[in-house]
Design a protein around this ligand. Sequence first.
Ligand SMILES: Nc1ncnc2c1ncn2[C@@H]1O[C@H](COP(=O)(O)OP(=O)(O)OP(=O)(O)O)[C@@H](O)[C@H]1O
Ligand SMILES: [Mg+2]
Length: 392
Amino acid sequence: MPEKILVADDEDIVRELIQNILEEEGFEVVKARDGREAMALFKEAPFNIVITDLLLPQMNGEELVGSIKQIKANTDVIVVTGYSNVSMVVGVMKMGVTEFIRKPFQPTELVLAVKKVLEGQRLRSHNAKMQTGMIEMEKLSIIGTMAAGIAHEIKNPNVFIKGGLKIIKKYFDEVVPVLLSLSAGGTEKEALSRALSQYETKIGPAVLSAINGTERIAEIVKGMSTFEHNKARDVKETDTKALVKEALTLTSHRVKYHNLHYEVAGDLKKIKVNAQEMVVSFINFIVNAIDAIEERLKKEGREDKGNLRLTVRDNPDKPFQTIIFKDDGCGIDPKIINQIFDPFYTTKDVGKGTGLGLFLTKGNIERNGGSLNVKTAVGEGTEFTVELPHAG
Ligand SMILES: Nc1ncnc2c1ncn2[C@@H]1O[C@H](COP(=O)(O)OP(=O)(O)OP(=O)(O)O)[C@@H](O)[C@H]1O
Ligand SMILES: [Mg+2]
C-alpha cells in the first residue's frame, strides 16, 4: 500500500506541484485548500505525513498543526513555508514539526524530506518491536543463568537427602528382622541392642541431614517466586541484603571460584524497587565481573582467584543507597566504554554473551529511579556504582 500524504496549501500551483512530485515517487496524495478542509480530511482517515503551509485561509497552519497533534500526537508534519514570521515558525516548532522546507523549493528537497520522515517512522516502529523482543530475550538469558544456579543449588541438598534416606533404610533393613524375630519369641537381644544403639549415632544425623536438605530446597524455591512469570510489575519496600543474597545464590556456581568480599555498612535503610528487576541487574554485574576476572587470570596465566568486592551503604544526608560491584578483572578499554550500554554490544565469544546485560540493567535501574556509573582501567579492574532511592 502506498504511503498516504495530506497536502494543505491555498496556492493551486503549489498544491499541484507537490502532488505531482510525490505521486511520481509512488505516494498517494490527498489535497486540501485550507486548514479546515485539511482537518476534516485528517479526521476521516489516517495519513502517514501531513505537509502544510503556514499561511492558510480558514484555519491557519499553526492552528492546523495544533489540532492534528491533539488528535494524534505522533503525526509527522512537514511545514512548507515562504513565510518569515519567526514567532509562527517557533510556535509550530514547539508543537513538534518534523521538517521545514522553505519556498521556493526544489523537487528533490521535498522528496528527501518525505523519505527522511518515513525512514524515521520505520526506525521507530522497528525500535518498538525490538524493545518487546528484548524483554523476551532478557527473560531467556536470565533463565539460562538462573537454571545453572538452581541446578547447582538443588544438587547439594538432594545429595544430603538421598544419603540420609539410604542410611535410614539400611538401618530399618537391619532392625526390622530382629524386631520381627523377637516378637515371634526369638532371643536375639544382643543384636537388637546393637541395632538400637546405632539410632543416635546414625539415624539422628541422617534424619537431620535430610531435613536440612528439604529446608534448603524450600528456601531456593521461595526465592524463585521473585521470578514468577507474567507477574504485574510491583514495586515495594525491600531490603537490599535480601536482593544481594538472592543474586549471590543464583550465581554461587561461579562466585565460589573467586574471592568475594561482601561488605554491608551498618544498618541499611529500605529501598523501594521492583525486586525482580534488581536481582536480574545484580546478577549481570556479578557475572560480568567474574567474566572479566577470569579473562584477566587466563591472559596473565595466573592461578589465584581474583577479587569481587560488593559494598552496600547508605549515604548520610542523601536520599539514596549505594551498591558497588568492583572487580580486579581485565578492565574496559576507553575506546569501547561508550558502547557497553548499547543493545547487543558484547566482547564475549559467540554464545557466551548476548550484549543485552548492561542495556537492560541500566534500563532497570533507571526505571526504579536510580542511576548507574562506571569507573574502569585496563589491567586494574572495573567498578559499577548503583544508586537507588530510599523508600519513603
Ligand atoms: N566488569 C566488567 N569488566 C570488564 N568488562 C566489562 C564489565 N562489565 C561489562 N563489560 C564489558 O561490557 C560488555 C557489555 O556487557 P553486557 O553485560 O551488556 O553484555 P555481555 O556481558 O557481553 O552479555 P550478556 O550480559 O548479555 O550475557 C561486555 O561484553 C564487556 O566487554
Ligand atoms: Mg553481561
